[in-house]
Unconditional design. Structure first.
Length: 126
């Protein structure tokens, strides 16, 4: 928390979870562990996801997630997976409402992630 609000922060995977936990969210077991698989995510085209189509495939390597029910009001969900009903299934991205602090559960550096370069470029240009 020492750097949050002072310099832009992008948390990837466990870094995303750490941001959630530092600001009060709970970290829980994912519905199923996903390692080396790609999933479709959805987003609101804000922060590091600006200028990227509203759904795309990302690489996932994790067995823990931020618990949606515990997300504090200072953080907002920026990307997610959907369940069979089209509702938010698991959080794939968060951002702080006041600080330049974002987290993404997936790996932008992976060849399995579409738009990974653009995500990182957006962060560098934050």
């Amino acid at each position: 928390m020492n750097f949050s609000g002072k310099i832009p922060i992008l948390g990837v995977c466990i870094g995303h979870q750490a941001i959630g936990q530092v600001f009060g969210a709970s970290i829980v077991k994912a519905k199923k562990p996903i390692h080396g698989k790609s999933s479709k995510i959805y987003h609101r085209e804000q922060g590091v996801l600006k200028g990227i189509e509203r759904s795309f495939m990302v690489a996932r390597y994790h067995s823990l997630v931020i618990d949606l029910k515990s997300l504090p009001s200072i953080l907002e969900v920026t990307s997610w997976t959907r369940d069979e009903f089209g509702d938010i299934d698991e959080i794939m991205g968060i951002r702080h409402k006041r600080f330049p602090t974002e987290g993404i559960q997936y790996h932008p550096e992976s060849i399995l992630t579409e738009n990974g370069y653009k995500i990182l470029q957006n962060f560098i240009n934050y």
